[in-house]
Design a protein around this ligand. Structure first.
Ligand SMILES: Cc1cc2nc3c(=O)[nH]c(=O)nc-3n(C[C@H](O)[C@H](O)[C@H](O)COP(=O)(O)OP(=O)(O)OC[C@H]3O[C@@H](n4cnc5c(N)ncnc54)[C@H](O)[C@@H]3O)c2cc1C
Length: 370
């Protein structure tokens, strides 16, 4: 890359903070740094034309965990850890709403539901038996019972009669959220360079030399917000996890409103106006879906269509309009990693499946490490 004197001077000289990744975390990190350091030079490097990971690909659930997910988490994390995680997701959502405004992100507090397939008797029974216990441990946060048992009024098929309802769950417009964050970042004099991949970095006494292929520049601090791609440049316990999604064409008289979880959160669907967005199925092929390559597979897409036809919209004609995938960052713990890796290098990664909720907080925490 041959750059002019002007380009070098205005874009690549005296950079204070360089953030890798313009997803939810990267942009919140940049905005928080701007709050703390009003005159600093902040640069965001993004490899995609648009953010190219999970933040523009997700389902737009403003959620903090379904009952079965919370029960599952309690098996691998301490009670205190689970409560703290739910608290952070909840606080993150409030921060996101405050920063962007409910109207901007099209925040719709329709509530969330969990469904249980008829042949999954054990999860259903476990959820019913532990409902009171889970409500009790999170009551200090929400001041009331979060989960209640409700009769299915949506006409789903092949599921147990009762759903679990959570009135605190909502849906947002993911595209609006990310556009608003990008606009705010630009308005705050944060420079975003798209279609540039950080290929390596080299730390020295005064800062970090960052390579974009054959071109390199120096920054005082380097912050990774690369989530599922983190292991490509830094060493941390994050694995990529692909998630596949489809969306229907508009369905006349669609009577489904809200966010819905199925099969311990492995499947999720919601209405977007009078369409259904439906995603999940990683559990059909964990190995194959542990990848940072975008793409859809027949096996998972067929299962999504099958569940849509048989369970979710059993008596309705519909057509699939579009399919896509995104890459999440997962690990053995549900806790994100927010860490200083060396003198001038930091990371905020491993956002898991609820980064819409927790992402704003993780961005803030990452920026506050400096
Ligand atoms: C299909 C799907 C559905 C989901 N549904 C929900 C949901 O309903 N609710 C919810 O809360 N969460 C959901 N999630 C999870 C949520 O989207 C993520 O947790 C969140 O977006 C993570 O944000 P992030 O900024 O950490 O990562 P990303 O959005 O993945 O951002 C990382 C960025 O880093 C860039 N990057 C990586 N490496 C480099 C490099 N070397 N150089 C330059 N740039 C680089 C990538 O291109 C990417 O844009 C879903 C995820 C998917 C995939």
């Amino acid at each position: 890359m041959e750059l002019s004197y002007w380009e070098l001077k205005s874009w690549f000289t005296t950079i204070d903070y360089t953030i890798v990744g313009s997803g939810i975390v990267g942009l919140h990190t940049a905005l928080r740094l701007r709050e703390r350091f009003p005159t600093s030079k902040i640069l965001v490097i993004e490899k995609g034309m648009l953010p190219q990971g999970a933040s523009t690909k997700n389902a737009g659930f403003a959620c903090f965990g379904s009952l079965s997910e919370i029960i599952d988490d309690l098996k691998s994390h301490s009670e205190e850890e689970v409560i703290q995680l739910i608290k952070k997701r909840w606080q993150g959502l409030q921060l996101l709403r405050k920063r962007l405004g409910d109207e901007t992100i099209d925040f719709k507090p329709y509530g969330g539901y969990e469904l249980f397939l008829k042949d999954d008797e054990s999860t259903y029974k476990e959820c019913l038996s532990k409902l009171t216990f889970v409500n009790d441990i999170i009551k200090p946060l929400f001041k009331t019972d979060v989960f209640t048992k409700e009769v299915d009024r949506f006409g789903f098929n092949g599921i147990h009669d009762h759903l679990i309802f959570n009135p605190f769950e909502a849906q947002i417009d993911t595209g609006n959220m990310m556009q608003a964050l990008l606009k705010q970042a630009i308005a705050e004099n944060i420079l975003i360079l798209n279609q540039q991949t950080v290929t390596s970095f080299h730390e020295n006494q005064n800062g970090v030399q960052v390579a974009l292929g054959d071109f390199s520049f120096t920054t005082k601090k380097l912050l990774f917000a690369t989530n599922g791609f983190a292991n490509e440049l830094i060493n941390c316990a994050v694995k990529p996890a692909r998630a596949q999604v489809l969306i229907t064409e508009p369905i006349p008289n669609l009577d489904i409103k809200g966010t819905f979880h199925l099969d311990k959160g492995y499947y999720y669907f919601r209405n977007i106006g009078n369409r259904i967005l439906f995603g999940g199925g990683r559990n059909l092929d964990f190995k194959g879906e542990t990848t940072s390559e975008f793409g859809e597979t027949e096996r998972i897409q067929n299962r999504l269509e099958h569940l849509l036809r048989e369970v979710i919209l059993p008596n309705q004609e519909f057509k699939i309009e579009h399919r896509w995938s995104g890459i999440m960052g997962l690990g053995s713990s549900k806790n994100p990693i927010v860490s200083q890796l060396s003198e001038h290098v930091y990371c905020g990664v491993r956002l898991g499946g609820m980064g819409v909720a927790i992402g704003s907080l993780i961005g803030t925490e990452l920026a506050d490490l400096i």
